[in-house]
Design a binder for this molecule. Sequence first.
Ligand code: HGY
Ligand code: MN
Ligand code: MN
Length: 420
Amino acid sequence: MTLKPSPRIADFVDEQRLWRRHMDMAAIGAIGTDGVNRQALSREDIAARCMLIEWAHRRGYRVETDSIANLFVVRPGRNNTLSAVATGSHIDSQPSGGRFDGIYGVLAGFEALECLDDAGVETDRPIAVVAWTNEEGSRFAPSTMGSSVFAGARQLDDFLNVTDSGGAPLHAALATTLDSMAVDATYTVAPPLKAYIEAHIEQGPVLEARGIDIGVVTGIQGVRWFEIEITGRSAHAGTTPKANRSDAMAAAIDAINRVRLAIEDGDERTRFTIGRMEVVPNSPNTIAEIVRFTIDLRHPDAVELETYANAIRSICDAGAGPCGISCRELLSQPPCSFPELMVDTVESAATSLSLSTIRLPSGAMHDALFLASICPTSMIFVPCRNGVSHNPAEFAEPSHLANGARVLVETLVKLANNEQ
Ligand code: HGY
Ligand code: MN
Ligand code: MN
């Protein structure tokens, strides 16, 4: 008689269910055929949160929130006085985002909980799936607000009066969001956590190009956000003589050129982006009064990142001719390396499932960057088509998403049972 091997927990991951949940979420804030616009604390974000809460209640999970509306779905453990193991990512998207960035980590976590139920597996510790508030920062800057407040790196008060481009304050959007969520209790998931694991699409080309199933993430590069404001004087474009012009746009172009010269020094690792520019009054025949733009600066080396950040500050300190210039730092987070033990745990979970792996650092920022400062953390990457992200064309294969969820559930069980 041949004995059938007993099924592994990961065998209970349901690829179709996971895909369906992605498509259900993608319908909320859908743009065009494939894109998503589900910005933080918007109507769409709230609708997506409510859908997740409904799914969670159907499974009998606890649903909690905190002061910044991080959303926790908790599957109890055998001993709920033990600190939880957490997983998750974000529900919010870029204004012209895709169907997988962020939401995959939340849905892979939820799939892991359902998979444990279906497999009839209990864990010692509770497992929490978290949707961190405002990871993207495209509506309310800066990004990673929810995870940075949870980790104690920032205070909620720092953010309450931030406004979106229409002037709506964060505190109002936050209050609406908190009022809309049917939560069971508040604040039982709080630091310390036993560990945090985040699943995410790679958002880069490495895994697909090499035909690798799983990226075992070793750390995240550092990031700085600046907002530069240049103030001139609005005046008639045709009649104002050169000597009388305080042209904020001319000064902005000049400042940007100086910053680019200082930063674009041939180091391929340096990532420098001006992604947003606002012009007041924004009229073709009026000299610009105000030009406000952002700088997103990234580097894997903390010292080099600091050097570039100092260069930006010095350029602003040098002034902008007849115009005023100010530089506000919105976000400053050094690079992080994930603990070897956590990286090993993810890697061995993937290997035990016969999935191919590669170790790689993350070029994108994630909530895991802040979680890493308060608990052992790592990440699981799955391939995405052509490495495209922050774009409606973003795509990940259902089977790749399921592979990541399999690695995630095996890793969560080990952590929640103290088996590593
Ligand atoms: O900015 C980032 O890297 C992330 O996608 N929010
Ligand atoms: Mn993301
Ligand atoms: Mn993103």
